[in-house]
Design a protein around this ligand. Structure first.
Ligand code: GLN
Length: 202
């Protein structure tokens, strides 16, 4: 079984660990650089990205994590985790640090201007078995994605200016996966299975 860490500084760590185990991995919490060195991949949970970026610095994990991702370690970020993995976050605090694992620009709390939290059924590329129920909580969206980034899911609807339809909410670039929503909260482990597969292939 691949050993997959869950960054355990803040956020819904337990939920991710449960889903990873159900998807066939061994899940371990990561709080220290030595723990990071011991995992085959890492999940960055949802929470609050500014706080998590500060905690990453305090726990001396920011540089080692950035280095491991640059070396090709698989990573999966949900919500705040997606924000941390992006190369740039709009509407962030000036001191927010980025892990630069995905060539995407995200906008924080992007849907929140209209509605704080909502749920949608999404078509998710690479996930078999029908639409995926997605829970969005003060979620970001992907405002720009580079050429090397595969778009896996968008919100339903049309891309009218200022509207929330057709927004990019799941991406993959090589072994790095991110969702604007929380697959750890719905009891459906298909996205975690996809990530475990990426870890096995790496
Ligand atoms: N709004 C949070 C942020 O910007 C993310 C919310 C979440 O992870 N559910 O960090």
């Amino acid at each position: 079984r691949p050993v997959i860490g869950v960054l355990a500084l803040q956020g819904d760590v337990r939920e991710h660990a449960v889903m990873l185990e159900r998807a066939g991995a061994r899940a371990v919490p990561v709080r220290r650089p030595a723990e990071l060195s011991a995992v085959d991949g890492l999940v960055l949970p949802g929470g609050e990205s500014t706080t998590m970026s500060r905690l990453l610095e305090t726990f001396e994990l920011l540089d080692p994590l950035r280095a491991r991702i640059a070396e090709g370690m698989p990573a999966f970020g949900s919500c705040a985790g997606m924000i941390l993995l992006a190369r740039q976050a709009l509407d962030g605090r000036p001191d927010q640090r980025q892990l630069d694992g995905l060539d995407i620009v995200v906008r924080r709390n992007a849907f929140g201007r209209q509605v704080d939290s909502f749920e949608e059924d999404l078509d998710f590329a690479g996930v078999e078995g029908g639409p995926l129920h997605a829970v969005f909580i003060r979620a970001p969206w992907v405002e720009k994605a580079g050429d090397g980034v595969e778009v896996l899911a968008r919100t339903p609807g049309t891309p009218e200016a200022g509207a929330v339809g057709a927004r990019i909410v799941a991406v993959r670039q090589g072994p790095v996966l991110a969702t604007a929503f929380h697959p750890e909260l719905t009891g459906d482990e298909r996205v975690h299975r996809l990530f475990v597969r990426l870890v096995r292939e790496a």
